[in-house]
Write a protein that binds this ligand. Structure first.
Ligand code: KIV
Ligand code: ZN
Length: 536
């Protein structure tokens, strides 16, 4: 067991989290998230899986070049090409880490990799040695560890340590372990692996049975000193350990656990909102720490108690997770560009040049419609602008709702295609928003259908900005568009997620739909050029 009382926080929002179904972040969005994770004070950012696609490579490289503070990590299977590619992507990082993994469970060895335990031992030795020749900081994971034979896993870990791994991560890949089993599994590995006490032991738990945070806690009690997870608990299937929950658990129960992290907890709420907005994954209202009800009291008895003394029904001060900051900054109609820049700077966004001009333009439109623009509104605007950067994109020039009658809603739109050509379309549908989507399909020359549609208010009040999130399924792509995006195959089916923020919900819906279409087209292209399937 480690004697240190600091637990390192390894954030995999941009890797395991980003591989959640339907999430597709562009490079600017990933960079903005990584900058926010640095402000949050995580120790390690797993920025992506560089061999998975050119987009993943570029994102890891950009984050490695621009984000200061945390260690920047790239994932690689235990294969020479993966490790070399991760090394290239991380070349400019001040503190690079390569994270390589191989499955150790017999289920995976027989049915997924179709090789032998001996191949796993050799693969581990080759992979860790290759990574160590590129960077000093090497992390190794035996995938599906909790369903693996402990004696065999220990043998693999000892090889990884002897070849130079400095962090050993023990994944509960399928979220199957119970806290007691997971803690005992780690204790057994400590007993069987002579070198394990000389490296940092890490835990990586999936939430299939709702036990990811509990298992991570069992892991640190057994001696682990790095916890992996994602903000808002995103990740494939039921997701990963929610980092904000784990961090606040150590903070709030320091009396019982005697452990701490160096996370700046007052940045938690903002990080959670940014990730929810950019990924389009909403946070459930009753989610611990970051749900909108996490600190509100409904029953009269509770409200009465909290008014008399918050400690009656509150175990945490909401200010500790940054909840009071969200509306502190307020700008009005008459605020100028300098006031906007200062407000954004206070929130940690450094905007200048064209970006500041664009943000100011949008701010003015919104300030004209809303009496007061709050920090939450500004956050929503800045993150919304990031969505327009990079890749094939469509612009909404204008739209008109011709008829809102229940029998025959009818709209027209004008959009620009990725090459700048202006196209018009009109459509009817099951309602006003549906008719706008039909008009967009006609203008873009695509067959696409809406799979999901959600509207949320950014902040309270009747004049709140609306955040629209859509999932679009792309079918046939017409000639006009196909000639502009040659990688897209006709007739393929891909899905894309789009988000947009506006005071007008129909306008936000149209923009979100166009972004969803662009993301689906990108996914169709990525399908062509991907060199490896993402794996968890
Ligand atoms: O869940 C898992 O096993 C992983 C590994 C790549 C660490 O994500
Ligand atoms: Zn995982």
């Amino acid at each position: 067991m480690s004697s240190s009382d600091q637990v390192l926080i390894f954030d995999t929002t941009l890797r395991d989290g980003e591989q959640s179904p339907g999430i597709s972040l562009n490079a600017s969005e990933k960079l903005e998230i990584a900058q926010q994770l640095a402000r949050l004070g995580v120790d390690v950012i797993e920025a992506g899986f560089p061999i998975a696609s050119p987009g993943d490579f570029e994102a890891v490289q950009t984050i490695a070049q621009q984000v200061e503070g945390p260690i920047i990590c790239g994932l690689a299977r235990a294969q020479p090409a993966d490790i070399a590619r991760a090394g290239e992507a991380l070349a400019d990082a001040a503190r690079p880490r390569i994270h390589t993994f191989i499955s150790t469970s017999d289920i995976h060895i027989e049915h997924q990799m179709r090789n032998t335990r001996d191949d796993v031992l050799k693969g581990t030795e080759a992979a860790v040695s290759q990574a160590k020749a590129i960077v000093d900081d090497v992390q190794f994971s035996p995938m599906d560890a909790t369903r693996s034979d402990p004696a065999f896993t220990a043998k693999v870990l000892q090889i990884a340590i002897e070849c130079g791994a400095t962090t050993i991560n023990i994944p509960d890949t399928v979220g199957y372990a119970t806290p007691d089993e997971y803690g005992r599994f780690l204790t057994t590995l400590y007993e069987l692996t002579p070198g394990l006490r000389d490296v940092v032991v890490s835990v990586h738990c999936h939430d299939d049975l709702g036990l990811a945070v509990a298992n991570s806690l069992a892991g640190v009690i057994a001696g682990a000193r790095q916890v992996e997870g994602a903000i808002n608990g995103i990740g494939e299937r039921a997701g990963n350990t929610s980092l904000e929950e784990f961090v606040m658990l150590l903070d709030t129960r320091a009396d019982a656990l005697g452990l701490h992290t160096k996370v700046v907890t007052t940045e938690i709420a903002r990080t959670s909102r940014m990730i929810s907005r950019l990924t389009g994954y909403p946070v459930q209202p009753n989610k611990a720490i970051v749900g909108r009800n996490a600190f509100s009291h409904e029953s009269g008895i509770h409200q009465d108690g909290v008014l008399k003394n918050p400690s009656t029904f509150e175990i945490m001060d909401p200010r500790k997770v940054g909840l009071d900051d969200s509306n502190q900054i307020v700008l009005g109609k008459l605020s100028g560009r300098a006031a906007l820049r200062d407000a954004l700077e206070k929130m940690g966004y450094q905007l200048s040049g064209d970006q500041l001009v664009a943000a100011f333009k949008r701010f003015k439109v919104i300030a004209d419609r809303k009496k007061q623009v709050t920090a939450m509104d500004l956050e929503a605007l800045v993150t919304d602008d990031l969505r327009t950067i990079g890749g094939a994109s469509f612009e909404l020039v204008d739209f008109e709702v011709q008829s809102t009658s229940a029998e025959d809603p009818h709209s027209t739109v004008t959009i620009t295609l990725p090459d700048g050509t202006e196209r018009k379309g009109d459509g009817t549908g099951d309602g006003t928003v549906d008719s706008v989507f039909a008009a967009i399909n006609q203008a873009a020359g695509v067959e696409a259908r809406l799979r999901e549609y959600r509207v949320e208010a950014v902040s309270g009040g009747q004049d709140s900005l609306g955040h629209v999130s859509v999932v679009v399924e792309l079918g046939d792509v017409g000639d006009a568009l196909r000639s502009q995006i040659p990688g897209v195959i006709a007739g393929g089916r891909t899905i894309g997620q789009g988000n947009a923020v506006d005071t007008d919900v129909i306008s936000a819906s149209a923009q979100a739909y166009l972004r969803g279409l662009a993301a689906a087209l990108r996914a169709a292209e990525v399908g062509q050029e991907a060199t490896a399937e993402p794996m968890r």
